[in-house]
Design a protein around this ligand. Sequence first.
Ligand SMILES: *[C@@H]1O[C@H](CO)[C@@H](O)[C@H](O)[C@H]1NC(C)=O
Length: 362
Amino acid sequence: MAPRSLLLIILVVFCSKITAFQCNNKNKFSYPNLFPAILIFGDSTVDTGNNNYIPTVFKGNHPPYGDDFPGQVPTGRFSNGKLVPDFLASMFCLKETIPPFLTPNLPDKELLTGVSFASAGSGIDELTTAVSKVIPVSRQTEYLKEYIHRLTRIVGKKQAQKIVSEALVIISAGTNDFIFNFYDVPTRRLQFSVYEYQDYLQSKLTKFIKELYDLGCRRMVVSGLPPIGCLPIQLTLKLSILRKCVPMENLDSLSYNTKLVKLLPRIQQTLPGSKLFYADSYNRLLDMIKYPRKYGFVETSKGCCGTGTVEAGPLCNHLTPVCGNASEFIFWDSIHPGESVYRYLTEQLVKDLLPYFKPKAV
Ligand SMILES: *[C@@H]1O[C@H](CO)[C@@H](O)[C@H](O)[C@H]1NC(C)=O
């Protein structure tokens, strides 16, 4: 090889290294090269801004959302800062944040390392989105197809399949189905008992996981329900004395999760080569609510935005006052945890899933 072209190669490699996102090696929570990309499906817990691009009132792209995001930008994330997908992206040394798939003119580089297809307000049940017009989880696979198509144009069919099959897939949904369709707006309650509704949702979830599998996804993390009875909006609507968690709703979340823990290995058995991992958000969040001081929290039953008892989405806006220090609040608005909670949950999740997804030693 001519020395000149060798020099060119060295320069190209060197330059691409310094322009690429720098993974902080000093961070004890950083794990490079485990996943080539991250693909996200679900609701507002993992929507990094897709709702900005669809006609709905479920938007978080106005202040005070994003108050603690780099540059204090309201990005559409329902939080004061980053979400779990973003922390995962930086911990796996891919990039600082996960962009929403609907971003116009998304650069190839972003597509290669992963996007979010999630939509705030959505659920596993299509009925949950009938009024809000956001993207139900079941329709998010349509966007995955489009994503794979674009990925194939960039790197070719074989490489695109490899990226999708090795990508870390996150599915986080279900809370809105219970809030908007069962507890607070009792549409489905006229039709199902809570146990029947859990089974109904999980049969839809099974179908969704199989669709992802058929499109090439293999390594999937499925989140259980949080303690829904502890969300500030539920304490308000259920007129909870002293704003204590609503026990029935927490028991329902627990039984949903118990079913899901049993269901995932059964689905995995029917899908050769797949790995399905259950992510526990229930116990971690409940521990923070029970023992806030252990984590540096002070307020557990109200969001930081406004009165903290009802505001979310359009009700949490530039006219709404916010608390002095969001890091002391578990919840940012009446439904969504703040960035500190998400950071901690991600660190725990990664610790749990590493042994499960680590490639076998050769
Ligand atoms: C906000 O609260 C956190 C947690 O208690 C604390 O570590 C931090 O110093 C506080 N920040 C300010 C600006 O007071």
